[in-house]
Structures are given as C-alpha cells and as structure tokens.
Design a protein around this ligand. Sequence first.
Ligand code: NGQ
Ligand code: ZN
Length: 462
Amino acid sequence: MESCPVPETATHSLFFRRALLPQGWAGNVRITVADGAVSAVETDAVQAPGEADLGVALPGLSNVHSHAFQRAMAGLTEERGPNEGDDFWSWRALMYRFLDRGGPEEIEAITALAFAEMLEGGFTRVGEFHYLHNDPDGRAYADRGELAGRIAAAAEATGIALTLLPVFYAHAGFGGTAPAHGQRRFINDIGGFAKLMDESRRIASALPDAVVGVAPHSLRAVTPEEIAAVVPMAGDGPVHIHAAEQTKEVQDCLDWSGARPVQWLLDNVGLDRRWCLIHATHLTADETTRMAKSGAVAGLCPVTEANLGDGIFPAVDFFAEGGAFGVGTDSNVLIDAAGELRALEYSQRLTRRGRAVLADKQASTGGTLYRRALAGGAQATGGTTGIAVGQAADIVALETDDLAYAGRSDDALLDSLVFAGPKRAIRTVWRRGKVVVENGRHVGRDAIEARYRRALDAVLGG
Ligand code: NGQ
Ligand code: ZN
C-alpha cells in the first residue's frame, strides 16, 4: 500500500481526545502501538507539543459474515421477474448465474473492493464465509486453495484482518440430495475439504493475525454425518453455519427431521460459544431461549435479510435471554457497520411499535448495539474485543467535523453514527496501528477501483 509511513515493528503512539475503552469512555487517551498491538493505554494524558489530536476513537467491529464476491451484484437483482413472487430463491438463481464467469483474478479484485469498503465502513475484521472453491466448470483448481489464496491476498492488500471460514457444501437440499448445476463451484467431498483446510491454514499463516474456522454451509447443503466430520477440523477456531433464514427452509427441515433448523442444531451438535448461527431468523420462543443460553453467537445481517425478504430476528427476546450477536454484511449490497445496527434496531421498532427497544435500561441504543456487536463479533471471529493492551491496534476515528456529530459526545456520538446518517461517518482507520483509511477513503482505493472495473467488464461484459 502506498501510504504506510510507520514501519510495522516501530513503536508509536496515537492520541485521542475521547476513546471508547472496555471500561467506558475516557478522555485524553494515548494508545501506544508495538508490533501492531496495543502495548499501553494512558488516560487523562497530557497532549505533548506537536502531538496530533486524532479525535474520537472506537474499536473496529468484526464483520461476522460476508460473501465478498456478491459485492459485484449489488443492485443488479432488483427487477421483478415474469413469475409470481420474486424471493430469496429467485435471487439465489440469479446469484448462481453470476458465477458462470469469474476466475481467480476477478474474484480477488471484487473481494479487494469489498474489503476496502468494509474498512471504510467501520469493520476491521471480516469473517469470509468462503464457498467458491471450484472453477466455472465445477472442476477443482489444481491448487485447491487457489480462491482461498485470492481472499487472503485481498485481505493483505487492503489490510483487513481475516477470519477465513472455508465452507463445506455438498447437497442441494435436506437429506443429502445431489447438488444442482448452479452449485458446482461450491462442491467438495470430505477428503477434498480436508485438503482445502490444510491449504487455508498455510495461506492464513502468512498473514499477521488471520484466524481459520470452518463453515458447514447449512443443514440444506450438509448432512449430519458431514457436519460431524467437518466441525472438528475447526480446531480452536469458530464454526459458522447458515440457519433458519427462510420459512421454506424451516418447513423443509421439519419435513426431513421433525425438528426446526435451530432446534435440530441444539439437539444434535452441542451448540456452544464456538458456534455462530448466521441469520437464525425464524425461532420459536423455546429456540430463542435455548440458543441464547448455549453461548452461540447470532450472526445477524439485517441489511441483507431485509433485501432478501428473509424475515425479522427476535432480537428483543434474544437479548433479554442474554444472547450474543454480531453483525455481518452478507451479500454486501451495502457495506456499513452502522447501517447494519440501524437496520437491526428499526426492524424491531417496526414490529414492536416502540423506540430504543434494543438499548440496555437507561442506556443509549447506539452505545448498547455497538458494544454488543463488538463483543459478539469478536467471539465469532477471533477479532479485537476493544482498545486494550494485547489487542490488535484496530481503531476507527469518527469524522467529527461532520455536522451529524456537532454538539454530541460519547454514546450520543454512537447514536448519531447509527441513526443520524453522517455523510462521512469515519475519518481514519488504523489496522494493527497502520493507517488504512484516511479522510474516509481506503489508502489503496484508486488501484483497487481500477482493478474492480476491469473485473466487472470480464464478468458482465458481452
Ligand atoms: C449464500 N446467502 O451462501 O450466499 C446464501 C445463498 C444459500 C444467504 N443465505 C445460498 N443469504 O443459502 O443456499
Ligand atoms: Zn451467507
């Protein structure tokens, strides 16, 4: 990247007039960074002559769920088709068609743009639910880690922290049915997947703080025997799975097993803190309580869930039971951490006909959501839990010159960030103490954009 004036091994410090620390908001905070990690946090420090005031610092959030390649189809699936009922399944058919083209270069270029936008949008780590493994004809690449390597290259080029979640995908529906043609780029058997996991670990070890987990795609695409085989491959890493996103999926699961998807997982896989259930939209009261108590994270993607017409997650009840959540950008139709939190709260307000419904008692909504998404996101991805000694120096500074923030402080800034739409919400982002976003723009954006445009010509061109 062109503008990284600070060598990574150097110790340097960053001074903020306010910072959100694990113990709460603090003033005049000097954060010392050594080898990419926070080595000291001083509060009520005296600003030294010549030391810049970098404004208001937040810990970066983890994006728990992304399919980076889908960034290239943002806005392209909003036409009504000839048949009754455009829905998730017709969207998915269009998404599959999109995969007819696009080789490693295109996947990397699209992913790099998505990752740069995530950094600009307040995410410093991404959980990439990576299921594109094969070439456009459905053949395994000679190097099984070819596309995982492209994801890692995009993470390295942009600077975002990577939690790589190689996806096991083998079937079109419940009960181990044969995969459809449109799914040919996702398919693995257990032996091939084990090789992909080995490659993924090798690739991740070249990045400073990448995490590798495992993602059985869904109960539709993976049989119970396959889940039992792939989950141990996560080692200490997280396990992510799509669950109960669509009512048809819930019904198909009932027809197959007599249980609903989350109920099935609770009864059969031993959900715990390692697990992240993506969407978990359709829950009974009993499932909500049991899932919350299990310690598993709800990986909520409210913008995509609205875009795809999935339904509304019972967040009020889940929170009341102590459930943990993180947010994800999933289809990447919009990439914005604050926008996910806003969509989550608004979905609950619209159904509950109330305000500030997800806020802790006598606390601000933005503040509550930000802190909880930070904690749940870190749990689900192995990301930073806050600005504290030993954590990666992954820091977001607000664009406090924006009028949306005028006259606000501390949690009121978070409320304005989430609800009051700053035009440019974020000024600077540091990843491992290095500037990756400056004045709201990723430092490598020009080159990333040019490469993305070429990739789109290749994927969409005539
Ligand atoms: C995915 N997306 O894996 O990209 C899915 C579509 C599927 C969402 N579920 C494929 N939002 O679930 O079968
Ligand atoms: Zn997904």
